[in-house]
Design a protein around this ligand. Structure first.
Ligand code: ZN
Length: 270
């Protein structure tokens, strides 16, 4: 090969290698945007007392901005043990009672046991400040995560990460479509997005908040089951029609996540 061709050859290889490392192997849960929307919605429903306590812990960091710490920290290998905290995989075909049984006997490190752990820890007033900050950031994040249906999924395909689809012609997977691409496709900032969807009645809020923690998990589990069913069709080229069919569910889950996070924070700090 002549030098010109040679350099082109290496350039192509470099691009391939770059893309390989650039495309995330397992994407963030609810991308930064989704988490911040949940945080911003929660912020609008925390009581004055809870808000004051939260400020003592987070200082000037808002709930919205605190929500993404748990994903950013993934770049630090000393915190690798936290990777299991973001999701849960359980057996296929569970009904509500079976799900409750599974969760109540759950001793693994997963989103369910960690939400309980973090909520209990944060009730201790004498918890060191450093831990309070870390635990609160994690709790804010994980409550958001479990409202992304593919974070409460049946074992087998890593919460949809192994289901390859195309999103507007680009290779993706269904987990990533739900984490990021449906939300980012709306082309709104997290504050604009929150403003656009944050409409609830007090009746709705108390209904959502009164459902037990196992109920939150079961809701996402059923949703992910249905979304898996939908994907059994041969055509996994997703675009406008998929957005049209599912964006209301995405928005509903963001809203429920925010309202429930506020309820939980009010219970801990109220
Ligand atoms: Zn996460």
């Amino acid at each position: 090969m002549r030098p010109k061709h040679l350099s082109r050859f290496f350039m192509k290889r470099a691009i391939v290698v770059f893309l390989f490392f650039y495309l995330p192997y397992q994407s963030f849960a609810w991308g930064a945007l989704g988490h911040r929307i949940v945080g911003e919605i929660a912020n609008s429903y925390v009581t004055g007392k809870a808000s004051k306590e939260i400020k003592k812990i987070l200082g000037n960091e808002s709930i919205a901005l605190a929500s993404t710490w748990a994903d950013f920290i993934k770049s630090d290998t000393t915190f690798r043990y936290l990777n299991e905290w973001h999701f849960i995989n359980v057996d296929k075909g569970l009904n509500a009672n079976q799900m409750q049984q599974v969760l109540q006997n759950d001793t693994a490190i997963d989103a369910y046991t960690r939400i309980n752990f973090l909520s209990n820890q944060l009730k201790h007033k004498d918890l060191p400040q450093k831990k309070k900050v870390m635990y609160l950031r994690l709790l804010i994040h994980i409550v958001g995560d479990i409202h992304q249906p593919f974070h409460v999924s049946a074992t087998g395909d890593r919460g949809g990460n192994d289901i390859r689809v195309s999103w507007f012609g680009q290779p993706s997977n269904i987990h990533r479509v739900w984490d990021e691409q449906l939300i980012e496709g709306q082309d709104l900032s997290y504050t604009e997005y929150t403003k656009a969807i944050n409409f609830t009645t007090s009746q709705q809020r108390s209904q959502w908040q009164s459902l037990s923690l196992t109920g939150w998990f079961f809701e996402s589990y059923k949703l992910s089951e249905k979304l898996h069913e939908d994907l059994k069709k041969p055509d996994l080229k997703l675009g406008y029609d998929y957005n049209f069919l599912h964006i209301a569910t995405v928005n509903d889950q963001l809203l429920k996540g925010g309202v429930r996070l506020a309820g939980l924070l009010n219970e801990i700090f109220g």
